[in-house]
Design a protein around this ligand. Structure first.
Ligand code: ATP
Ligand code: PRP
Length: 310
């Protein structure tokens, strides 16, 4: 099929074509019931149940495609958005909509573990290698300026930032840098490369973004997709906790489960007892159940939420 001629009038949605964010993005699309079949040789897939085309792009290119209005919606890292904002400036018309709660990591300054450098100030005027040259350039420009102001760095000194597109962590061992700035999640890559982190430049996670430059006709479909994705993300984060409790303890247990908006309270067919249903953050549920038990709640059930609408 001639895909290019099928793109007109479709909402274009950019998704990282591979790498760390890919699998989770596919789950988000499934969660929002966006049906597609991707031919592995193609970077465009037509969505079967909406007038949408998915465009599979490198995560680093997505802010530019969305921010210049070529693509209407996208998923990428907050780090990539921040880098593009510094690179492109005001012309980048992109709005960050939903933190998708995956792809969490930190952009960190790393130096050889056994070397003499312990602080970022010791790197002023030295060589840094990174894939985030604008974010890192901005960070060290500010550090250089502050140190010059404080008389800690000579006026002519300047920290040198060099770009590499991958394998950043090899740069110190190769003798081309005194430090690298790269993403760290588990820290395994960093430690395996004999490096340690001495500073956090930013924390990042995956985010749903939109162009602020879309034609008004696309707006209803954009809102449908954004609402679905928001609902899916909330469903992933929360569980539903149901329990019964005697009225005399209700005030105490409601403090433990105040709910996302408010808990639902239903009268039970047993005098002075009520049933409570409340959304609880998944990560807190074990502690919440312990506290409910200690505060006279009974018949506590935890139910998963498949999907939701805010
Ligand atoms: N270790 C990690 N843990 C979590 N998220 C990460 C990690 N590394 C990168 N990310 C996130 O994923 C985004 C894309 O990174 P990734 O390295 O997967 O992309 P890529 O360079 O396009 O893919 P590849 O390196 O496979 O070519 C990053 O900008 C960041 O937001
Ligand atoms: O702290 P960790 O859990 O080890 O993750 C960090 C690594 O993940 C990213 O690279 P990725 O593995 O995605 O491949 P890349 O180097 O090709 O970008 C990042 O650039 C680090 O190298």
């Amino acid at each position: 099929m001639d895909l290019v001629n099928h793109l007109e009038d479709r909402l274009l949605f950019a998704v990282p074509k591979k790498g760390r964010l890919y699998e989770s993005c596919v789950n988000v699309l499934k969660g929002a019931d966006i049906k597609f079949r991707r031919n592995s040789r193609l970077d465009i897939a037509l969505v079967q149940n909406f007038p949408i085309a998915l465009v599979f792009l490198p995560a680093a290119d997505i802010p530019r495609f969305v921010g210049t209005g070529r693509v209407h919606l996208g998923i990428t890292g907050q780090d990539q958005i921040a880098e593009a904002r510094l690179r492109i400036g005001e012309k980048l018309k992109v709005e960050e909509l939903v933190d998708l709660q995956f792809g969490g990591c930190k952009l960190q300054v790393q130096v050889p573990e056994s070397g003499p450098i312990q602080t970022v100030k010791q790197l002023a005027g030295q060589r840094i290698v990174t894939s985030f040259e604008y974010l890192v350039g901005d960070y060290f420009k500010k550090l250089d300026a502050q140190m010059k102001k404080d008389g800690e760095l000579s006026e002519e000194a300047k920290t040198e930032i060099s770009f590499v597109s991958g394998s950043v962590e090899a740069s110190c061992a190769l003798g081309i840098a005194e430090a690298v700035v790269d993403l760290v999640e588990s820290g395994e890559t960093m430690r395996a490369s004999g490096l340690k982190a001495i500073e956090n430049v930013m924390s990042t996670s995956a985010v749903l973004v939109r162009s602020t430059n879309c034609s008004p006709e696309l707006e209803p479909l954009l809102q449908t997709i954004i609402t679905r994705i928001r609902g899916y993300v909330i469903a992933q984060q929360y569980v539903l906790v149901n329990y019964n409790v005697a009225r005399e303890h209700l005030t105490d247990v409601l403090k433990i489960t105040p709910g996302k908006r408010a808990p639902t309270i239903t009268t039970l067919d047993e005098p002075n007892w009520v049933a409570v249903s409340s959304m609880v953050l998944k990560k807190n549920v074990a502690k919440v159940m312990d506290e409910l038990s200690q505060n006279h709640a009974a018949d506590i059930l935890v139910l998963s939420i498949d999907n939701s609408r805010p």
